[in-house]
Design a binder for this molecule. Structure first.
Ligand code: GDP
Ligand code: MG
Length: 184
């Protein structure tokens, strides 16, 4: 076990990460699964926290991931520029059982690029892989779109937990890698 001085224990980084994507794709449940290991079978789109902070350790550094949830704003096409401000990471989520939510990904990408003043580390997430019989978007389609747009890609299930932590960790790790390469 590593021994820490008091100074080293202070938080080293704070990353703002935003969740975006159509209503009911599972954004709030991905966050509650990741942050509290909770899942809500009948969650209402308007219920949700503004953001949730998770501590993640990489290379002995403590990173605070401040993960923002739309809490239903997206239903009214009213995700504000304040929501995006200062974000260094994003998860763009669709529902693999609803094609319409996949078709809207490019619109969300445009919105993200319009509102952010830097390169945001972005992962495309196909959620609800547990709904095997209801699948409308194949893994290959997701992968192809992600490659074309230069995004990371994972399929997840907030219901059965698969890949949920990996999705958030992938974004945090990549932001950390870019920051510590000291390319500025
Ligand atoms: P949001 O509007 O994108 O925040 O979506 P929610 O997290 O509120 O989820 C919308 C609905 O989808 C809720 O009824 C959830 O229980 C359900 N849901 C979310 N994630 C999953 C998942 O991985 N699998 C299944 N089967 N249902 C999910
Ligand atoms: Mg929500």
């Amino acid at each position: 076990m590593a021994a820490y001085t008091e100074e080293e224990q202070t938080e080293d980084y704070l990353f703002k990460i935003v969740l975006i994507g159509e209503s009911a794709v599972g954004k709030s449940n991905l966050l509650s699964r990741f942050a509290r290991n909770e899942f809500f079978p009948n969650s209402k789109s308007t219920i949700g926290v503004e953001f949730q902070t998770q501590r993640i350790e990489i290379d002995g550094k403590e990173i605070k991931a401040q993960i923002w949830d739309t809490a239903g704003q997206e239903r009214f096409r009213a995700v504000t520029s304040a929501y995006y401000r200062g974000a260094v990471g994003a998860l763009i989520v669709y529902d693999v059982s609803r094609r319409q939510t996949f078709d809207s990904i490019e619109r969300w990408l445009n919105e993200l690029q319009t509102h952010s003043d830097m390169n945001v580390v972005t992962i495309l997430i196909g959620n609800k892989t547990d709904l095997k019989d209801g699948r409308e978007v194949s893994t290959d389609e997701g992968k192809t779109l992600a490659e074309a747009q230069g995004l990371f890609f994972l399929e997840t299930s907030a219901l059965d937990s698969s890949n949920v932590a990996t999705a958030f960790h992938t974004v945090v790790r990549e932001i950390y890698n870019i920051l510590t390469k000291k390319v500025f």
